[in-house]
Design a protein around this ligand. Structure first.
Ligand SMILES: [Zn+2]
Length: 158
């Protein structure tokens, strides 16, 4: 009586992990989790989600790059300057493999390989054999098993 009562939902916090009401007791009044276990679970999940998003972003970039290279091949092009390639949306930071053989720099984006100079890429080639490609489990690109498992994104410095 005489006190202003707060809305009953105010002052009650729910655990961000399990949704239970947090019992404050003597502890800090701004905790977001009901227990250390819930706090860990929540942060582990966040980390996993963030890693998944990161992976998906790289996967998408590689797929977009592959579409661009495929398109060039379809048009009968085996060479293009880096400025034009960049304008098409090509992302130079990700390739699926990179080899330096003598003075040659060989890159690949899944089945498509190319060589690069500081100003252009050339010798663009697809190594996908659609016959054998269809027999692979994914029914997608024919890349060596080892490469697939690494699913790697290697920084290329073009
Ligand atoms: Zn909880």
């Amino acid at each position: 009586m005489g006190y202003l009562t707060k809305d009953s939902s105010e002052g009650i916090n729910h655990c961000l992990a399990c949704g239970d009401i947090i019992e404050y007791g003597m502890g800090r009044q701004d905790r977001k989790f009901c227990s250390p276990g819930c706090k860990n679970r929540y942060h582990n999940k966040r980390r996993a989600q963030s890693w998944e998003r990161y992976q998906q972003k790289i996967q998408k970039t590689l797929e977009d790059n592959h579409k661009i290279l495929s398109k060039l091949l379809q048009l009968g092009l085996t060479s293009i300057d880096l400025v034009s390639l960049g304008r098409l949306g090509y992302n130079f930071n990700y390739v699926t493999s990179y080899h330096k053989i003598g003075r040659r720099s060989l890159y690949s984006c899944y089945d498509i390989t190319y060589e690069a100079t500081p100003s252009r890429i050339f010798h663009l080639e697809s190594h996908w054999d659609s016959g054998s490609g269809l027999e692979t489990e994914e029914g997608a690109v024919s890349v060596p098993e080892e490469l697939k498992q690494r699913g790697c994104a290697v920084s290329g410095d073009l």
